[in-house]
Design a protein around this ligand. Sequence first.
Ligand code: PGA
Length: 256
Amino acid sequence: MKCIVANWKMNLTIRESLALARGTLRVLQGSDVVPNVILCPSFTSLSEVRKALSRTRMHVGAQDVGPDKSGAYTGAVSVTQLEDAGCAYVLLGHSERRTLFHEDDTLIADKIKAVLASSLTPIVCVGETREVHQAGKTEAYVAEQLTRLFTGVTVPKRRQIMVAYEPVWAVGTGECPEPADVVRVHRVLKQTLRSVTGALDEHLQILYGGSVTASNAYSFLREPEIDGVLVGGASLKIHDIHAIIAAAQDVLVAQG
Ligand code: PGA
């Protein structure tokens, strides 16, 4: 299976989100080859988008969640509230959450625990800065990041975990690593996740994110080690997201 996660970030009104969700859906209509497409709108649009996708094969995800169950946490949203809104997935530790909102690995690990105790599937983002990349230390850096996030976290049997490898220098910049470099990092991430959590390969998916476009999506998706892509900017443009989903369909057809 290949997975496409559309991270709409802080964009679109409810009406615009619905239009984009319905437009995105059109590419799957009448097709037997269906990648796992997850749309992540803003909190305000979640339930409406979920309603628009009911009885379809697309899912809804949130862009973040608070670590606490309920209570006096002004501005926060809990996993229970996301479940109530019909979410099946949630992004955690996106680089924008880390840099703009000062989230650290301890907080993100608490969020992972909260999500694993719910029905939601976590999509945990990791990735190196430009300095680490230039120093050639990417693999060690992301392995340590993932180890910090999952050490001491009990992963229930058969629980799906998604990790998105998103180099910070590639998010929103138009710059990307080569697919072969991504494959190497994905191998390290899967190996790390397997040994830290004890989870089986069939429950782990590693996605790539960072300047994925209609023209480069296929080159990532065709790699067996790349289980999908996390798309920001291009997911807001209907032609681009159609082309990215179509690229996943082409790969699935080619793989039989
Ligand atoms: P981008 O964003 O595709 O615009 O680089 C990716 C992301 O933030 O997940």
